[in-house]
Ligand binder design. Structure first.
Ligand code: TA6
Length: 294
């Protein structure tokens, strides 16, 4: 971990007994949070006096190089299986690599942290492009995360990404997602077939794994059992992936408890497939997501 001096709201920790996975614990007047430097992955976020806004598996595995099941892992520079080479890591390599803490400060709104990741020999083996990525977080009464990607190469490159956010819910069978009623979707469980818009909130009664493209970026997760909700606002993200593994797939996941699927769902904001991004040399784009309770 860099030797950047940390503000009062942030202290260093470790996620594992072997001290191979450095972490940052944040506690400020607005909220508490925990980061893994691997993946610059926010693992937990809870505004004071309110329910947590992110879900983290109680069976999460903290193994260097393995994505941690929960919070907001970043899928970059591709989403899902690699389009040409299944041997390459699903969801890209960004969530498996240790990012550097570039900035950390306390502001009147909350704690501000910026992490950075650039290409190296290993990444260029997987994706032959020079890039500089940042993940910036403002931890206040709400959470704002901003992905920045700059093309530092000498030729264009194309990438996809998703902020693969895990959210808590009381009971997935009493949970709805608003905001995608008018959007067609690819069902990853049915041979990536394209299905028409359903003109209704998304409900869950079995394993669900859908990619919505051309989406608005404004969604609301409704926990009807607790009459509470989580609002997502990601105007520059035109893809949304909605996932719940349900019981059978969960049983095959070593980092989830057998019943864990009942209290979680993923609504992932990004730009994948037809919404993918091409950057010219020197060009930089930023994509923000705000998460708040409603
Ligand atoms: O979020 C959708 C998805 O692509 C699912 O198909 C499932 O694989 C999930 O991501 C989790 O992937 P991971 O590699 O983190 O286990």
């Amino acid at each position: 971990m860099s030797d950047l001096s940390l503000p009062a709201s942030i202290r260093k920790e470790w996620l594992d007994a072997d001290r191979k996975l450095p972490a940052l614990r944040v506690h400020n007047p607005h909220c508490s949070a925990l980061f893994s430097l691997q993946g610059a992955q926010l693992l937990s976020f809870q505004p004071h006096g309110k329910a947590p806004l992110l879900w983290l598996s109680d069976q999460a595995l903290y193994i260097p190089g393995k994505a941690i099941r929960g919070g907001i892992p970043l899928c970059f520079p591709w989403f899902g299986p690699h389009p040409e080479d299944a041997r390459k890591p699903a969801h890209g390599f960004a969530r498996q690599k240790e990012w550097q803490l570039l900035e950390a400060s306390d502001t009147p709104e909350g704690s501000w942290l910026v992490f950075g990741l650039s290409d190296d020999a290993a990444s260029r083996q997987l994706w032959p492009h020079a890039f500089a990525a940042t993940l910036a977080f403002l931890l206040a009464d709400t959470l704002t995360v901003t992905l920045g990607v700059r093309n530092t190469d000498s030729r264009d490159f194309h990438f996809g990404f998703a902020l693969h956010s895990y959210f808590p819910t009381t009971d997935i069978r009493q949970t709805l997602v608003d905001g995608l009623e008018d959007c067609a979707f690819i069902d990853q469980l049915k041979g990536d077939a394209l299905f028409p818009a359903e003109s209704a909130a998304i409900r869950f009664s079995s394993e669900t794994d859908r990619i919505y493209e051309g989406a608005s970026g404004r969604y609301r997760i409704r926990d009807e059992a607790e009459q509470q909700g989580i609002v997502l606002n990601a105007p520059g993200c035109h893809s949304a992936i909605v996932w719940n593994p349900w019981a059978e797939k969960t049983a095959r996941l070593a980092d989830m408890s057998a019943q864990g699927w009942q209290q979680m769902l993923c609504v992932e904001c990004g730009n994948t497939g037809r919404d993918g991004i091409t950057l010219r040399p020197g060009e930089k784009r930023e994509f923000s997501l705000q998460i708040s309770d409603d």
